[in-house]
Design a protein around this ligand. Structure first.
Ligand code: ADP
Ligand code: MG
Length: 360
């Protein structure tokens, strides 16, 4: 990719006794909003710190704007970072906090006050300029931290789980605000989170990591619908992963024998025999009181439980010796009168199965 703004090349970080980042390659375009996602300890923050220059790589390269950054100290990189524990200065007022990076850049007092006030105004905080940090709410502090990070007009903003200390209501409001800022400023955002909902709400692209390596990089909907391997499918949640033995083809579809039954799946590049694995997303499975007459892929099961998590519910069904998760709206659950112990029939279209690549 030639228009990469932030470029990581075979980037590697080994701590004594722990290999935190394992030679990752990643190109991020100017203006892109990328979410680094993955379970706790997978190396997200380390990757961000390597980009910011708060940590040095064991090997490999960080390039920003075409320039090798390995030996450029953090304060000369123009890569401000916002994180959960805000690191605002308690002994400075709100406006002085926002002015601070401009002071470091030796911008004169009048100009830096003007620019800091402009940012406070933009973040809806001008009335609080003279206050102490301690007099602000969590959400207001987070907005001060964002203003302080952006006041120098950096080309990239790094965010490390910036909203995880906020309550759910405030988190959603701040997501909207970050999204708006990203659109208005047109700069690159690199956003670390372990929360799928946040990544999906905000990012143009998801980079999913595990154990120091990138598992998949792509648009949220593609990572969700077309997981590169079983780790991704499981991390995305709400997927049913089935494995079995291929037993023939017909046209664009292959037949596969699994412990739960024989199914049709997209044949793609599959061989005609041997082991294979596929995923059926929980929202792709239909439930019915009687067997679906035309369906290629169907099996009978028993409801084990229903998890109520808002407008969409998860129905757990035991079928063919496997446990399936099925997502349904409440009215569909009511219409079928589903409850634990009830018999139910599952079916899905062959084209809605996603075959996991071999050797993953
Ligand atoms: P994440 O942000 O994805 O939760 P981190 O990048 O913070 O993960 O950490 C990745 C791994 O590296 C973790 O196992 C962590 O314990 C380890 N690690 C992070 N910083 C250090 C350090 N300074 N010294 C030793 N190990 C570290
Ligand atoms: Mg972290």
């Amino acid at each position: 990719m030639t228009d990469a703004f932030v470029s990581l090349k075979k980037l590697d970080k080994q701590y004594p006794g722990h290999h935190a980042v394992r030679g990752i390659d990643l190109d991020i375009r100017t203006g892109e909003f990328v979410a680094l996602m993955g379970p706790s300890g997978c190396g997200k923050s380390t990757t961000l710190r390597l980009i910011a220059g708060l940590d040095t790589p064991t090997s490999g390269e960080v390039r920003i704007g075409g320039r090798r950054m390995n030996d450029v100290p953090a304060f000369q990189r123009d890569t401000p970072m916002v994180w959960q524990s805000l690191a605002l200065f308690p002994f400075l007022s709100v406006v002085e906090n926002v002015e601070f990076p401009l002071r470091m850049k030796r911008i004169g007092p009048v100009e830096r006050r003007r620019r800091a006030m402009e940012w406070l105004d933009r973040m809806g905080l001008s009335a609080m300029a003279g206050r102490d940090i301690a007099q602000l709410s969590g959400g207001q502090r987070q907005r001060v931290a964002i203003a302080r990070a952006l006041v120098t007009q950096p080309p990239v903003l790094l965010l490390d789980e910036p909203l995880s200390a906020l309550d759910a209501h405030l988190r959603v409001r701040m997501q909207t605000e970050l999204s708006r800022l990203h659109k208005e400023l047109g700069i690159t955002f690199i956003y670390v989170t372990h929360a799928q909902s946040e990544a999906f709400a905000l990012a143009d692209r998801i980079v999913l990591m595990s154990d120091g390596a990138i598992q998949q990089s792509g648009r949220p909907q593609d990572v969700y619908r077309e997981p590169a391997n079983a780790f991704v499918a499981e991390f995305m949640g709400m997927n049913n992963i089935l494995s079995g033995t291929l037993c023939g083809r017909d046209g664009a579809f292959a037949r596969i024998d699994t412990g739960a039954g024989r199914f049709r799946i997209p044949a793609g590049a599959l061989p005609s025999s041997g082991p294979a694995r596929f995923v059926v997303a929980a929202d792709r499975i239909a439930l019915s009181a009687a067997p679906a007459p035309e369906a290629d892929n169907r099996l009978a099961g028993t409801v084990i439980g229903i998890e109520f998590v808002g407008s969409v519910q998860t129905v757990f069904v035991e079928a063919g010796g496997a446990e399936f998760r099925v997502q349904k709206q409440q009215h569909e659950i009511d219409a079928l009168d589903l409850a634990p112990g009830r018999a139910v029939h599952l079916s899905w279209q062959p084209a809605h199965a996603w075959v996991l690549p071999q050797n993953t």
